[in-house]
Design a protein around this ligand. Structure first.
Ligand code: SF4
Ligand code: SF4
Ligand code: FES
Length: 478
């Protein structure tokens, strides 16, 4: 372990790890330090010069991203000289920068815009007509657009493709103030993690084709969720907005930093999965092909379960731990068998040696934790014995409907699918990001999330559903 030493930052004495990077200490202490090129996942490049600090005993200001902490170091991030230096570097960055803020998707979360606003440096000395121009609309690949004029050449995107994905699609081409980011000849930015460069880009040079021009970021609210695209369980932010008279709309998923799970990144498939989760939602209960109330559907569900011994309750591997615990105890209280058989969630072509795993579900490990069998033999036996099958978020029968011949089918899903189309009763469920719960990833890491979605979502999660049945029973409504 590194030795702890005493240093002083902005007149405040504190302890820090000897030899660690000064910029990390500043960031850990929430001391404002403008920077473009440094990123904890990509390390030091030292090209933007924005992170200058003054260090007693050093003749000139130093970049904090390439300064290692030493005993007794006295640092200032706010001295008059540092403010002046920072302003001059910013002016250099702005020489050829376009006046795009009103139409730029990054506005509101742009580092250049923030630093410009705090610099008080509003009078430009650059004649608009003298600015260099570059390409405004470069299609880099499937999901990313580049505006070369907005780029501050921090090279985060280049280093991500070199150091994280190892795919090397991007580089800096041309010289001096004509330098721009581009893909190498014959290449496109097509790696499965490409959209992370949009988050890494500190300005609006790289934008997501999916999100651009869709929504101003200051209208969005954000809450935490766990991606359900595979058993990695990447931590995500769900950015959403409830528009007047409209439902709450999710505009994007973004990775949320967690070193134990996904670091700073996520895959593009997981990122874009908000669409399939948002589209095709089941918004009301259906009984015999007609819309009905959830209460009548729940009463029917209970009556059918009570009338049919040894029914099969098939649960899916994306339900939360709490939902699974409640469903297991509900099944046992009503004499039904419960199975977590879910082979259709395994895709041998999906995984890689980075984040993606072949198991396309987020909570299969919970089955083991609470003792729900996912064995085929148990499933076959329970199915054989059952006249009624109740399915909670499990797509197994989508491709195996024949197995349900002569069985009654009730399904509880968030999104319509082949199984719901063939069910006598359909009960809508909340989507994974609309509910709070715990998920256990492939490495056994338990992660709890509290949903921040607007509370007026009509759909219930599986636990609410059981509670509602119990309260209907207590009130004599069933
Ligand atoms: S495109 Fe963005 S991330 Fe890439 S070098 Fe330019 S500013 Fe940096
Ligand atoms: S790696 Fe898996 S959990 Fe992570 S974003 Fe992709 S699909 Fe989601
Ligand atoms: S962040 Fe230190 S030089 Fe760019």
């Amino acid at each position: 372990m590194s030795e702890m030493v005493k240093i002083t930052i902005n007149d405040k004495e504190m302890e820090a790890k000897s030899g660690s990077l000064l910029i990390d200490k500043l960031l850990d202490e929430n001391i404002h330090i403008p920077h473009f090129c440094y990123h904890r996942a990509l390390g030091v490049d030292g090209n933007c010069r924005m992170c200058m600090v003054e260090i007693v005993g050093q003749k000139r200001p130093q970049i904090s991203c390439d300064t290692h902490i030493k005993e007794g170091m006295i640092v200032s991030t706010v001295s008059e000289n540092i403010m002046k230096v920072r302003k001059e570097i910013l002016e250099l960055q702005l020489i050829n920068h376009p006046i795009d803020c009103p139409t730029c998707d990054q506005a509101g979360e742009c580092k250049l815009q923030d630093f410009y606003m705090e610099s008080g440096f509003y009078e430009s000395r650059i004649n608009l007509a003298d600015k260099n121009h570059a390409r405004k609309k470069e299609d880099l690949g499937a999901n990313v657009m580049l505006d070369q004029e907005r780029c501050v050449l921090c090279t985060r995107c280049v280093r991500f493709c070199a150091e994280v994905t190892g795919t090397h699609e991007l580089g800096v081409v041309s010289r001096a103030d004509h330098s721009v980011i581009a893909t190498f000849p014959g290449m496109k930015l097509h790696n499965p993690y490409a959209m992370n460069v949009v988050d890494l880009c500190p300005v609006g040079a790289l934008t997501s084709k999916d999100f651009r021009f869709q929504q101003r970021v200051w209208f969005l609210e954000s809450f935490h969720a766990i991606c359900n695209g595979c058993s990695r369980g990447c931590n995500i932010n769900v950015d959403h907005r409830k528009e007047k008279y409209k439902d709450d709309i999710v505009y994007r998923f973004r990775p949320r930093h967690n070193d134990a799970v996904n670091g700073y990144f996520m895959c593009d498939i997981g990122r874009l999965s908000y669409k399939s989760n948002q589209n095709n939602r089941i918004t009301s209960a259906i009984i015999n092909k007609k819309e009905d109330t959830s209460f009548r559907a729940l009463a029917l569900l209970y009556k059918e379960l009570a009338a049919n011994e040894k029914s099969l309750i098939l649960v899916g591997p994306n339900l939360s731990l709490e939902e699974l615990i409640n469903l297991k105890s509900f099944a046992s209280s009503i004499g039904a068998n419960i199975s977590g058989y879910a082979p259709t969630y395994v895709d041998e072509t999906f995984g890689d040696d980075y984040l993606k795993t072949n198991d396309r579900s987020s909570n299969r490990a919970a089955f083991k934790e609470i003792g729900i069998s996912e064995e085929k033999a148990d499933f076959d036996k329970y199915l054989n014995e059952a006249a009624l099958v109740v399915i909670f978020e499990n797509n197994f029968f989508d491709d195996n409907l024949k197995l349900l011949d002569r069985k009654k089918l009730i399904s509880c899903f968030s999104n319509a699918c082949t199984t719901t189309e063939h069910s006598a009763v359909v009960i809508p469920l909340a989507s994974f990001y609309e509910k709070s719960g715990t998920y256990i990833n492939k490495d056994g890491i338990k992660q709890k999330v509290i949903s921040g979605m607007n509370k007026d979502i009509p759909e219930l999660n599986a636990s609410d559903l059981i509670q509602t049945i119990q309260s209907m029973l207590e009130k004599g409504n069933i």
